[in-house]
Design a protein around this ligand. Structure first.
Ligand code: HEC
Length: 128
């Protein structure tokens, strides 16, 4: 009797655990589906750029919001289409030049980032 009762409890426990994990899995799949496409499909260049960003840029720039840190938050920067400072147009070329030259509180990266890394970080900023 004791053993059967024990087995019964285990079956209930396993069923509960299985249900719990099934719900968790469905929730996480649903979250993936709801996430913006770029979150899961960063190009190789943008993936490398993200690492550069975290190392060199994140101390001054938010990637997740447009809120100012030291510099402007870069979420939606390309969608906005213009630089905060002078309203000039956002293009891969103008962003690259800006990063290389720096401005005000933003240091120039011309001598500390290879051109290919600047391209990578631009590719990443474009996805924000
Ligand atoms: C020490 C802080 C600092 C670091 C580090 C820094 N930035 Fe900046 N960044 C700024 C500031 C301040 C501005 C605003 C400059 C201005 O317009 O006067 C800015 C502006 C920008 C802009 C233009 C945003 C806009 O809305 O006009 C971009 C793009 C940008 N930074 C990208 C980067 C990238 C990419 C890196 C890393 C390679 C980086 N920044 C590193 C401080 C920083």
């Amino acid at each position: 009797m004791r053993t059967r009762f024990g087995v019964g409890i285990s079956i209930v426990a396993v069923t509960l655990a299985a249900t719990f994990f099934a719900v968790q899995l469905r929730t996480s799949l649903a979250q993936d589906a709801a996430a913006p496409a770029h979150a899961t499909t960063l190009s190789e260049s943008a993936t490398r750029g993200k690492a550069v960003f975290q190392e060199k840029c994140a101390l001054c720039h938010n990637a997740e919001t447009a809120d100012k840190k030291i510099g402007p938050g870069l979420k939606g920067f390309y969608e906005r289409g213009t630089f905060t400072g002078d309203g000039s147009k956002v293009t891969d070329e103008s962003v690259k030049k800006f990063i290389e030259a720096g401005k005000g509180m933003m240091p120039p990266f011309k001598d500390t980032l290879e051109p290919a890394k600047v391209d990578d970080v631009v590719a990443y900023v474009k996805t924000l």
